[in-house]
Write a protein that binds this ligand. Structure first.
Ligand SMILES: O=c1ccn([C@@H]2O[C@H](COP(=O)(O)O)[C@@H](O)[C@H]2O)c(=O)[nH]1
Length: 238
């Protein structure tokens, strides 16, 4: 996943997905399937994308009691995705159960999907976190704390914004991955995101992988927009 640009396929059905992907010829991509697409198309969409040789981040953000997350992850491991996630707010026992479920569901000889934890959503501001979640720490402290418990539970990394990625890397090491949505080119609308950064800023912060959705999928020319994001992301060396 290191250095990847992950495209968020936030589409309502597979027809729109394949119409979008047809612009990319045979390029092998790292694609994120979230709730919107998965709830409509189900597990079969993962299989169809894997058959086209794409890497898959299944972004369902599991958050439930440990036993339920264990069972959910055991099933997801059998879909062949490369990366899955949970909410760190579910706690260490839940995150450990997620990993155990993934291990139990991974076929012998296959690699278990990597598992990362959402810290604070990139659509959350510090002020919202304080007033709605009643967390008195700063947003950065909250993200670092969630990252620490995710690492203690054995997870491979976290979802955070580029703003916190540098300090996470400093405190938790280079092997612990940071995947950052909320990526915008200078000219893009911020929309519902609160903690945004450009691909260049993400690279300089030492982010492992960026996630880009509407900036590419809703662009007038999605392939051209993908190239622009890719160039901005790959053009800067940390
Ligand atoms: O904290 C988070 C966690 C997940 N996301 C997801 O990433 C994409 C971002 O889409 P944009 O259109 O580029 O804003 C989207 O699928 C979210 O569900 C996130 O934004 N923030």
């Amino acid at each position: 996943m290191k250095d990847s640009l992950i495209i968020a396929l936030d589409f309502p059905n597979k027809e729109e997905v394949f119409q979008f992907l047809n612009r990319f010829d045979d390029e092998s991509l790292f694609l994120k399937v979230g709730m919107e697409l998965f709830y409509q198309e189900g597990p079969r969409i993962i299989q169809e994308l894997k058959e086209r040789e794409h890497q898959i981040f299944l972004d369902l953000k599991l958050h439930d009691i440990p036993n339920t997350v264990y069972g959910g992850m055991k099933g997801l491991a059998q879909l062949g995705c490369d990366l899955v996630n949970v909410h760190a707010a579910g706690g260490k026992d839940m995150m450990r159960a997620a990993l155990e479920g993934l291990e139990a569901g991974t076929a012998p000889g296959r690699v278990r999907p990597a598992c990362i934890a959402v810290t604070q959503l990139t659509s959350t501001s510090e002020q919202q976190m304080r007033s709605e979640q009643l967390i008195e720490a700063t947003l950065a402290q909250s993200v670092i704390h969630y990252s620490l418990i995710a690492q203690e539970a054995g997870l491979d990394g976290v979802v955070c914004s580029s703003h916190e990625a540098g300090i996470i890397r400093e405190q938790l090491g280079n092997e612990f991955v940071t995947v950052t949505p909320g990526i915008r080119l200078g000219s893009d609308l911020v929309q519902d995101q609160k903690r945004v950064a450009t691909p260049e800023q993400a690279r300089i912060a030492g982010v492992s992988a960026i996630v880009v959705g509407r900036g590419i999928t809703k662009a007038e020319d999605p392939y051209r927009s993908y190239q622009a994001y890719k160039q901005a992301w790959e053009g800067v060396r940390a």
